[in-house]
Design a binder for this molecule. Structure first.
Ligand code: WT7
Length: 646
């Protein structure tokens, strides 16, 4: 058995009380099995539609799906007004906490008013249904308000994570054709204000399609101002009417675009639409987390700038009338117990986070969580990469007090919502495995020919039926959508890009990406994107990048570069220059952990770089098979350059 499946065969059955009280029981699997479309139809009825659909799924033109055909709804109305109308206006939607310790409590009634005002402001600025609006923000309430304001008027939001560079923002503005950018002066990170507006100024300067930039005041940093283009949020939003009549949009009306790394240097704009997305996001949030809106305090500790934030900070929780915690900053500011302090303060009952964070907490030591009252927690979740059994068990013991089930949820930006996960009141948990397809989802492990594999053979994960929250296309590039996801095994089978295996008990184990995409701290970064940034530097002739396993971040970025003839190898200084160059190009998350200057790269006779061998080196392993190399002495040359193995 591989290390990732070595959970000593331990099983954690659903606690009896939870099994009795959970939102869903074992029968959901049977219902979905008996009639998959009827199952999703029932899930869709948890929402408020202004026109019922005529057909649940139109799959006559695969892989282009239409869900809830003919149905009409307003996503923001479903997240806000309907709860207020039902008498829950005073319920807290968000307990927001800024990194410096400032707080805001926002009820459903207040959030509805703020969203209406922002929607009116967007209309005043000439934003129409279908227009793209970029949001480049820290983790503040206005980020959520801006997203919902777009949804309310049918504009398509395109949130760019605040950690991305001006270049990354510029290419996304261009590709999406954004007409407006919503940003802030900055946000707080690691105890200091971190500016956002300069990157927007840089990016918008290159994007003639952007008419206005709306700026939220958060840090009060000085900002450059372009008259006629830039507007303060408080000037345009605050004076608006808190009333706005939501228009119902088609179920397939675009809701948002979220860019994610693929195997080429150009990120893919993943398009999500309205009815199916909200249906699956709301239903999974309710079932996977057993959300009880009257009593739970729910916290997805992730950034709104990623799909996890879209689906499980914003749309799922709000559609379910959850009370959520939202935190602006980093876990170690001002001290390493900050998250636990927040759990204690707000009596958080459900916590959803990533394995990389758990491993960081492990490194800091169990004394830190032990110093806080975490007894309010009843359920834990994990997402972003496989959670190794050791981290699972640590999370279970030191944060969950050995009483909280952990749901390990596998999904992707493209899938929009949970796809493979245990159900907390049903599944007997197996640490390290995401276990079973969600009811109504068909996932399989197959070999290269598409034959199903069971009994622990390693293969590829595929999804064999369309699902409501699936991506509809890659923005502006239907061909790439078909090629990337729906061509390896034909137009009816979605290729996820993950390796997987299914054990004899039917548990699915995710084994990481099989393409040239790295997973660093749960964030997807393409090797090609980092390579093309490196060769963009005047000193670099050629670059090869691999993801090497890293005890904390899952994978770390390791780059091998060949310098240009006239470039001088100044050692550590050059390495720092190149690391900073990549951070500036793509964003700090893409900064290589290690850069090695080499004379040659190992290549096959057809000229393909053998990353497998570079990965062996980066992970300090014995070299694998080198016989297909043009020149096997290349590897010795590279090894000679290595720092002594640590
Ligand atoms: C990739 C998707 C889903 C939101 C966060 C990341 C990996 C995600 C798990 C999990 C094993 C996981 C996969 C997937 N992944 N969750 N529970 N177990 N692997 O979204 O950036 O679209 O990345 O993250 O490799 O393909 P994303």
């Amino acid at each position: 058995m591989s290390e990732s499946t070595g959970s000593e065969g331990r099983r954690f059955p659903a606690p009896e009380q939870l099994a009795a009280s959970a939102n869903v029981g074992p029968d959901v699997y049977e219902q979905a099995e008996a009639d998959r479309l009827a199952f999703w139809e029932t899930a869709a009825r948890r929402l408020d539609w202004s026109r019922e659909w005529d057909e649940v799924l139109d799959w006559t033109n695969p892989p282009f799906a239409k869900w809830f055909v003919g149905g009409k709804l307003n996503v923001a109305y479903n997240c806000l007004d309907r709860h207020v109308e039902a008498g829950h206006g005073d319920q807290v939607a968000y307990h927001w906490e800024g990194e410096p310790g400032d707080t805001r409590t926002i009820t459903y009634a207040q959030l509805t008013e703020e969203v209406c005002k922002a929607a009116n402001a967007l209309v005043e600025l000439g934003v129409n249904a279908g227009d793209r609006v970029a949001i480049y923000m820290p983790m503040i309430p206005e980020t959520v308000i801006a997203m919902l304001a777009c949804a309310r008027i049918g504009a398509v939001h395109m949130v760019v994570f605040g950690g991305f560079s001006a270049d990354a923002l510029a290419s996304r503005l261009d590709d999406s054709g954004a007409v407006l950018v919503i940003t802030s002066d900055g946000g707080y990170r690691r105890g200091a204000p971190s500016a956002l507006k300069p990157a927007v100024d840089d990016a918008v300067g290159r994007s003639p399609g952007v008419r206005n930039v709306v700026v939220v005041r958060r840090t009060e940093q000085d900002v450059e101002w372009t008259e006629g283009r830039d507007l303060w949020w408080h000037d345009v939003v605050d004076r608006q009417s808190p009333q706005h009549t939501p228009e119902a949009f088609d179920a397939e009306h675009p809701l948002y675009i979220m860019y994610t790394s693929g195997t080429t240097a150009k990120p893919k704009g993943i398009l999500h639409t309205s009815g199916g997305y909200l249906t699956q996001v709301a239903y999974t949030h309710w079932a996977t987390f057993d959300l009880k809106p009257d009593t739970d305090v729910y916290w997805t500790a992730a950034d709104v700038g990623w799909v996890t934030g879209h689906s499980y900070i914003v749309y799922g929780p709000l559609a379910n009338r959850a009370t959520s915690v939202m935190y602006e900053g980093t876990p170690e500011t001002p001290h390493r117990g900050r998250w636990f302090e927040l759990i204690e303060k707000y009596r958080v009952s459900i916590l959803y986070t990533a394995p990389t964070v758990i491993r960081t907490f492990m490194k800091w030591g169990e004394d830190i969580p032990a110093g806080f009252d975490l007894s309010s927690l009843r359920l834990l979740g994990s997402v972003g990469e496989p959670i190794n059994p050791e981290a699972w068990l640590w999370y279970h013991r030191n944060i969950g007090g050995e009483r909280c089930p952990i749901v390990d949820t596998w999904w992707q930006t493209e899938t929009g919502a949970h796809m493979i996960t245990p159900l907390p009141g049903v599944t007997s948990l197996v640490p390290g495995s995401a276990q079973h397809p969600f009811p109504g989802i068909s996932a399989r492990v197959v070999d290269d020919e598409g034959n199903e594999l069971t009994n622990d053979s390693t293969g590829l994960l595929v999804l064999t039926e369309p699902w409501p929250a699936m991506l509809r296309t890659i923005w502006g590039d239907d061909d790439r959508y078909v090629d990337t996801y729906w061509s390896r095994f034909g137009k009816n089978v979605y290729f996820a890009g993950d390796g997987a295996k299914k054990d004899a008990d039917g548990n699915i184990w995710l084994l990481g990406r099989v393409d040239d995409v790295m997973n660093v701290s749960g964030h997807r970064i393409s090797t090609t994107e980092v390579e093309s940034s490196l060769v963009g530097h005047p000193t670099v002739a050629e670059a090869a990048v691999v993801g090497a396993s890293d005890p904390t971040t899952g994978q770390g970025i390791v780059a091998f570069v060949i310098l240009r003839g006239n470039a001088e190898d100044s050692g550590e200084e050059l390495v720092q220059t190149l690391r900073n160059h990549v951070a500036r190009d793509i964003g700090p998350i893409a900064k290589p952990r290690q850069i090695m200057v080499v004379q040659e790269l190992p290549k096959t006779r057809s000229g393909k770089i053998m990353r497998r061998l570079l990965r062996d080196i980066a992970e300090n392993r014995e070299l694998g098979d080198v016989t297909t190399l043009t020149d096997s002495s290349v590897m010795n040359l590279i090894k000679d350059k290595l720092p002594a193995a640590s």
